[in-house]
Design a protein around this ligand. Structure first.
Ligand SMILES: [Zn+2]
Length: 106
């Protein structure tokens, strides 16, 4: 890339812009490819597996390895924005305590 920029100085700006946007597309596509292992995906799978039982953030954090409540909470909030997921104040199906829970409708 550097060699071709030097050979055609008039097009170097365009070349750099293209390089940056290419790097950006990689940066954005990588997390998507590793989707299966993100905390969000693990939270989603857990809630789907338990559906239609409501489950609280604390129980989700308990059941996902290496996930802390601070990581789980934004994930359940994000899931609530998706179709089928509902956030509610109800008795958790796992610990039985009244919490803010998330459930998926079947
Ligand atoms: Zn619970």
């Amino acid at each position: 890339m550097l060699a071709s920029d030097a050979a055609t100085p008039g097009r170097s700006r365009k070349g750099i812009t293209r390089t940056v946007s290419y790097a950006r597309s990689i940066a954005y596509s990588r997390p998507a490819m590793g989707d299966q292992n993100t905390t969000l995906e693990r939270v989603r799978r857990l809630v789907e597996r338990l559906a239609p039982t409501p489950v609280c953030d604390e129980c989700i954090a308990d059941r996902i390895d290496d996930a802390h409540l601070e990581e789980v909470r934004p994930c359940t909030q994000e899931l609530t924005a998706e179709r089928g997921f509902v956030r509610d104040n109800d008795a958790c199906g796992l610990c039985g305590e009244r919490h803010t829970v998330i459930r998926k409708h079947r």
